[in-house]
Design a protein around this ligand. Structure first.
Ligand code: MRU
Length: 352
């Protein structure tokens, strides 16, 4: 078994850098051909970057928002945390509104609010330490999930993943892609397939690039090829991340995940969701209560800024869907593995 330290050689990309006076975000709109960091010096810039998908992926947007609060604190002149909290609230609200589906955003902002309560004159340092803790804990959780998720996979297996759930979407290592990194490092995974993830192409532009940086061989497929791939017998697991996992295990993730889960069940392929506890929302009972983000139809009607669909045609662009817990074989969090998730199985790891 490979130790977590050995995983370093499979994990080189970092999407978020705190410089001490600015937040640098690897611009995921420009990858894979341009590797460029955008510098944010205020919280509204961070909110805009989250909305524009400069930074994306549920854990990464939570981390970016936490650093956004640190930046917002620069323009607040008060002597203790309670007063700062009141003044910072509008900036926190704008960060929270940047994207609706991933619960990690609200979770990170709640943690930043929480540490201000009772903080004294050093409240700015308190905020900075909390943002760093959120970052460090995410990386540690991903490595732990990588090991426990990979342990579920029989040696020699093939896997299919969706969207980008890797270092680019987290503090590093990734969630579903972390399990794939660990599974490759441990020799359990022999074949990796990534769906292109229309319309924003996170799989095609980000996942296969990220894996290439780490020397992990992967094959891109069209989203529409997934069921055919499963029928061919080349994959034994579908492994995806999550933007919100409800109390009963229903899981919101990138649009197309639900269709993969249905196809997987039909073909006897196992379905694994990998996400840190910051993605678990025990306050939401089931998936029908999750707000699903709908983005500009232009993402469907255009390709690289150029219209490719006849003028006058309308498009509907929901960017997440909900996979019912009955289609999920295992939810892997840093607290452990929930097999055949439902409300009582979830409660074992996430008590009220
Ligand atoms: O719209 P995106 O690219 O932010 O969507 C990302 C996903 O759906 C990921 O699967 C999810 O956030 C988990 S990332 C570890």
């Amino acid at each position: 078994m490979t130790t977590p330290l050995d995983y370093d050689r499979f994990d080189h990309v970092r999407p978020i850098r705190w410089t001490g006076d600015a937040l640098e975000l690897l611009d995921q709109r420009k990858l894979p051909f341009t590797v460029e960091y955008v510098r944010c010096t205020g919280s509204d810039e961070v909110a805009d970057a989250i909305h524009a998908l400069t930074v994306r992926g549920a854990p990464a947007i939570g981390i970016a928002a936490a650093w956004g609060v640190v930046l917002a604190a620069r323009s607040v002149e008060v002597g203790e945390g309670g007063a700062a909290a009141a003044q910072l609230e509008p900036a926190l609200q704008r960060l929270n509104a940047a994207r609706p589906t991933a619960v990690n955003l609200a979770w990170a902002l709640a943690r930043m609010r929480g540490v201000l309560v009772g903080a004294g004159p050093d409240w700015r340092q308190v905020l900075e330490r909390e943002a760093q803790a959120i970052t460090d804990e995410d990386l540690a959780a991903n490595r732990r999930m990588g090991q426990s998720g990979a342990a579920l996979i029989a040696p020699g297996s093939g896997v299919l993943t969706h969207c980008n759930t890797g270092s680019l979407a987290t503090a590093g290592f990734g969630t579903a892609l972390g399990v794939i990194r660990a599974g490759v490092a441990d020799g359990r995974i022999s074949r990796v397939f990534a769906g292109e993830t229309r319309p924003w192409n996170q799989g095609a532009r980000l996942t296969v690039w990220e894996l290439q940086q780490d020397g992990i061989d992967a094959t891109l497929i069209a989203d529409a090829a997934a069921a055919h791939l499963m029928a061919s017998g080349q994959v034994q697991w579908v492994i995806v991340g999550a933007d919100r996992i409800c109390a009963n295990g229903d899981t919101a993730n990138k649009i197309g995940t639900y269709a993969l889960a249905i196809a997987a069940r039909h073909h006897g392929v196992k379905f694994m969701v990998v996400a840190p506890s910051s993605t678990v929302d025990m306050a939401t009972a089931s998936g029908d209560l999750i707000a699903i983000e709908e983005r500009d139809p232009a993402e469907l009607l255009q390709f690289r800024g150029e219209r490719v669909v006849a003028e006058g045609v309308r498009a509907w662009n929901p960017v997440f869907d909900v996979t019912p817990h009955t289609l999920i074989d295992a939810i892997v969090t840093e607290r452990g593995v929930v097999e055949r998730p439902d409300t009582s199985a979830m409660r074992v790891h996430f008590p009220a």
